[in-house]
Design a protein around this ligand. Sequence first.
Ligand code: WTA
Length: 678
Amino acid sequence: MSEKDKDEVSEAQIAVHWQEENYYHPSPQFSAQANMTDPSIFERFSLENFPECFKEYADLLTWDQYWHTTLDTSDAPCWKWFVGGKINASYNCVDRHLKQHKNKAAIIYVPEPMDEPHVTLTYQALYVRVNEMAALLRDFAGLKAGDRVTLHLPMTPDLPVTMLACARLGVIHSEVFAGFSGKACGERAADSGSNILITIDSYYRGGHLLDHQEKLADSIKASEANGQKIDKVLVFRRYPGKHSSKIPMLEGRDYFIDELLKDYQGKRVDPVSLPAEAPLFMMYTSGTTGKPKGCLHGIGGYLSYATATSKYVQDIHPEDVYWCMADIGWITGHSYIVYGPLALAASSVMYEGVPNYPDAGRPWKIAEELDVNIFHTAPTTVRMLRKAGPDEPKKYNYHFKHMTTVGEPIEPQVWKWYHEVVGKGEAVIVDTYWQTETGGFLCSTLPGFQAMKPGSAGPGMPGIHPVIFDENGNEVEQGSGIAGNLCIKNPWPGVFQTIWGDRDRYVENYFGKYCKNRDSKDWRDWPYFTGDAGMQAEDGYYRVLGRVDDVINVAGHRLGTKELESACMVVDAVAEASVVPISDELKGTVPVIYISLKPNFQASTEIEQAIIRAIESEIGKIARPRHVYIVPDMPKTRSGKIMRRVLGSISNRADVGDITTLANPEVVEEIRKMVQED
Ligand code: WTA
């Protein structure tokens, strides 16, 4: 390893290597009812049959006008799928089900307070709400196809209703996770060019009615500071008719949606027939450097991919009760609470609050009451529930046929608890590996006929052809178990179209490393780089080792270290900040912050607190660091680069390795004492 490479050693490369695990097979009962049990699907979706194979996915949708070109590569690597087609996502998720499923539950909403009843929106009720909201967005907010609108909404049915209302008009929604700060929301609103912001007064979390409108002033401020005026703020009320926030409404700017809707009662809005490649939504995700990236997803490609994977991997049938306990503020909720399941006419459960309120039995109680049989969550939640109530699932009478894990690698021992205790040994598990950018699953087993292996996501999905490259662009031998950079050889319908407003960054970030000819219009020249390190075992299963770049995955959510570091810089006393992930039993990894101060400042708890506050207001509580250490100096290379690797090893109590090349090796021992004897 060269000197340079040593400095670059990433989290992924120092990741612990798990032992190979044994297989678990789906039960005959599961396979007998599964939507996909035909191994020849991999033949049909081989590279020889690419891209035409994806017609099978497109045909799960209802097209206003059928498409003529499966994949248009003329603007490589901005792929266009199903060109020539006209379609509407709202029609596909709502209207087309009315004939057969009008009275069926589309969304079953479980409020967090135990004394509030579940709310069921049938497909007919959803249709009515989506239409009225679409009329309001069009006629009151003045929104039309191609406009962007920012949503800062938590888990109430208002969120999917608003998304589908946007989709009906072709308005591009950009939902910002409600847990993010007002500032983070405002910056994203400005980046997307939204002049309308949709929020809510309050919502429940952990037993408290949080005042969400409190964040609004910061959103407006940040948006305006970044050059975007917000003309109208539309405010849902958690209890229509009753304002549950101490923040007054600003006349002429802020409007209660429940009041406005009175004018739109009974209104119907024809779904706008849009080109297949028109954008459906954008979702911001953290990158290594700079500001978050607005990932743009197109209607036809995204929806067909989310629908097909919901059908074949989530194994959703119309009669199932499906619960994905994610937040719709993340991509998982977009694809696997809203768009995929609703396109299949499923009953999709959504839960407002935290899984351990009032205790760690809540999810199992909900499952028992609603007879949920498909359950979907993240390893961080599994770890939390396992710690808080390892025996809780036994107390409830529910039966899952299928469970999902998503968002980060799951440790085999956690997987086994999920399987034996939560799944009562009966459920299949899919470990689904994917990203905001990819729209849907990249790697997973097909649960009807492929065995599970704890800790491994599984092979590439049908039509997804992964490849592992080394740093020099050489293909790592398939099945060799050697780690490298995980890439996908080919485009697929779910992949995002570009980064909003920054095509160069899109090309550079995802294709720059392994594209040999940037003028090429041939997709074969444009492998997609996931940014993850991975390895493929002999059996073809992929194990994802984590990000190769500087992104920290906290509780399944990606946070850019650069973003965190720049948030620290807001505090006047801070000279340098360096953020490293440390492993956390519940959240996977959490940030630890190292700070060096400007001259003439003394370390103090006030400064530490100011840094924590800065992180919370710039990014959100989710990014709250485990520790802030104020150190005399950062360990640095001679070229002045901060050695995150060393800080990471100290934080995780691992061997710091060779530090003789450092400009200031003596500081390492000082920091070690400070941290480890803390
Ligand atoms: C990680 C979430 C291991 C990975 C859907 C990826 C995973 C990032 C898995 C994307 C998994 C996601 N096993 N790692 N099953 N799923 N990841 O954009 O590092 O929030 O690049 O999308 O999470 O996170 P994002």
